[in-house]
Design a protein. Structure first.
Length: 143
């Protein structure tokens, strides 16, 4: 599912991510890169739905908790938000290495802040504003 995609609404972004979930398997790591409000958490919500995590389970940004785990889908989903991270010691304190490359899927918002800690092989999703209101350009690739 490598390529450039344009979405025109949060629902379309979630739908794209839901489809992208089929490209992932246990041990996959996804780096999410985008400005504040770009739609990173919206993308994670779509991934969760694609992994059969029930819609009754709220998928929210773990900005203050740093990590949320969703264990009720077909594969565990570990969602990191590193926006408030100040150093690598904090990354280790939340057990980052215990979850990356494990039996679940790790999704890392603000992964560009910890590039050295990311595994050599991972997916990269870059979300930028499009030309129209609510439009997003989403680039999915492998690193």
């Amino acid at each position: 599912m490598i390529g450039d995609y344009t979405t025109d609404s949060p629902e379309a972004t979630e739908s794209l991510a839901c489809s992208f979930a089929d490209s992932l398997s246990p041990g996959s790591v996804v780096a999410l890169i985008g400005e504040l409000g770009a739609g990173k958490t919206c993308f994670v919500r779509g991934l969760a739905r694609g992994l059969d995590i029930p819609e009754s389970v709220p998928v929210t940004s773990p900005t203050f908790a740093v990590m949320n785990s969703y264990l009720m889908g077909r594969v565990p989903l570990h969602h990191f938000d590193l926006y408030r991270l100040s150093d690598y010691d904090e990354l280790e304190a939340v057990g980052f290495r215990d979850f990356v490359g494990g039996d679940g899927i790790a999704v890392v918002e603000w992964a560009d802040r910890i590039q050295d800690a990311m595994p050599n092989e991972h997916w990269q999703v870059v979300i930028t504003d499009g030309l129209e209101d609510n439009q997003r350009v989403i680039t999915i690739g492998r690193n």
